[in-house]
Design a protein. Sequence first.
Length: 257
Amino acid sequence: MTARSTLLARDLWGGYPGNEVLRGVNLTVTAGDAPVGIVGPSGMGKTTLVRFLRGTLRPSRGTVTYNGRNTAKMPRRDAKAFKAEVRFMSQDSLTITDPQLTVTRYLKGALAEARKGGRTHATSIEELLDAVALEERYAKRNMLTLSGGERQRVALAVALATRPEILVLDEPLTAVDPQARGAMARRITALTGRLGTAVVLVSHDLELVERMCTHVHFLADGTFVSSGPLGEVLAKAEHEAIREIAEAAPLAVQRFR
Ligand SMILES: Nc1ncnc2c1ncn2[C@@H]1O[C@H](COP(=O)(O)OP(=O)(O)OP(=O)(O)O)[C@@H](O)[C@H]1O
């Protein structure tokens, strides 16, 4: 049996000049794992953690490795494999430069990229659109004519088309309406489960996190102050920041606690 791909952050410290945002974060994500959520108050370092995982920021202490290789100083060949196998998507990660690009062409391009990298999978354009709750008629649409929420959904479908080992989503559905988000959560979880893609979901949207993630980490004061199923983390409220979030989201908390 081959070892499963693993992204590993070990005792991660660092941030920006004069602002040590993270102070000892440990995270292990392995392909095939159930989706994991990262939640916490604004400004506590969730996006900063994503930058460390991606290798665009270097930690002052600790390491991030992918299959044993340090992501902040990878040789070109490893960096290429890392980029193909660990996909990052944020709310504004989609830039369209080709004015003729249709949704189908865009998705086909992503499927071809997956094939070229030996990452074939039997997923049709229809299934990818269905996973992000877009009807088939969207296949013919020009990307430039889509709304912000529709573009985010296509961006997510494209990320799924490349069948990453690990998919890191940083507030991926901010422009999508709550009803569609609910439908997408179930379908994305089903598809990523089938593809063996481990999802890391960073979001303020507790309902989305609860729907998609069996396990969450709560980031505050530079570290994970509590981890477990969202309902348990909120109910235990081991940190003042958790109590504040639990109180600020009474409806969600009543349902999940
Ligand atoms: N490029 C940067 N240079 C300097 N400071 C930054 C930079 N990016 C973020 N910060 C600071 O680092 C801290 C953590 O920011 P980060 O964006 O990681 O938080 P977050 O938890 O993702 O917040 P939110 O939930 O609001 O997106 C904040 O105090 C922020 O002001």
